[in-house]
Design a protein around this ligand. Structure first.
Ligand code: ADP
Length: 183
């Protein structure tokens, strides 16, 4: 039986890695994960720790939000990684990188990344899923921008993310909703 870099058996079902910043997680991401689960037995959501990229939420905060969204879904694993994605993938049982495509503007970057990753590891493929019609305009960046200016992002991100955004931007949060990170 094939072994991965850790010496673990690789034939343990179909596993995909869904890497990204998730700063914060949106329903666009969740839609890709849920559709990924129709194809794969397990999806590993891998939050990139990128010191070069300024994020609104710390890695710990992002981990907690994503874990909270999938607390009842045992086949979604949430983790973070530093450095090259291909190195992280090698430590798991995944053979596929899952990515979402929103617009043609995503394509060029994604095409280069997928080609580079395949050049670094020829065993690794990237699977792209087209965004759903309800979320094609949703990105973490626009969500943060709108939330910062006090606009409504309900319905585009989970309620717990709406609350965290309001807290970050010091906007009023209904009292009864001021509850723990993992609610
Ligand atoms: P963003 O580009 O929103 O900052 P990430 O870096 O966290 O997001 O993205 C991780 C992956 O999820 C990327 O492949 C990205 O294209 C995809 N993605 C993000 N938002 C959506 C969406 N609304 N629909 C489909 N895919 C998405």
């Amino acid at each position: 039986m094939a072994k991965n870099m850790k010496g673990e058996d690789k034939d343990m079902g179909k596993v995909a890695i869904y890497p990204g910043s998730f700063d914060p997680i949106t329903y666009g991401h969740i839609d890709i994960i849920e559709r990924g689960l129709e194809i794969f037995d397990k999806v590993i959501v891998a939050i990139a720790e990128n010191e070069e990229k300024r994020s609104l939420f710390s890695v710990e905060e992002r981990l907690r939000m994503v874990k909270s969204c999938f607390k009842d879904t045992s086949n979604v694993i949430v983790d973070s990684f530093k450095g090259l994605l291909v190195n992280y993938v090698g430590k798991t049982n995944a053979k596929v990188i899952l990515r979402g495509l929103r617009a043609t503007s995503d394509f060029e970057y994604e095409f280069h990344m997928a080609s580079m990753n395949r050049s670094l590891n020829t065993q690794l493929d990237t699977l792209f899923m087209m965004t759903s019609k309800d979320y094609f305009f949703v990105s973490s960046r626009t969500i943060k921008e709108v939330a910062r200016l006090g606009g409504a992002v309900e319905g585009l991100v989970p309620d717990l993310v709406v609350r965290r955004l309001k807290e970050k931007f010091k906007l009023p949060v209904p009292k009864k909703r001021r509850i723990g990170w993992d609610d």
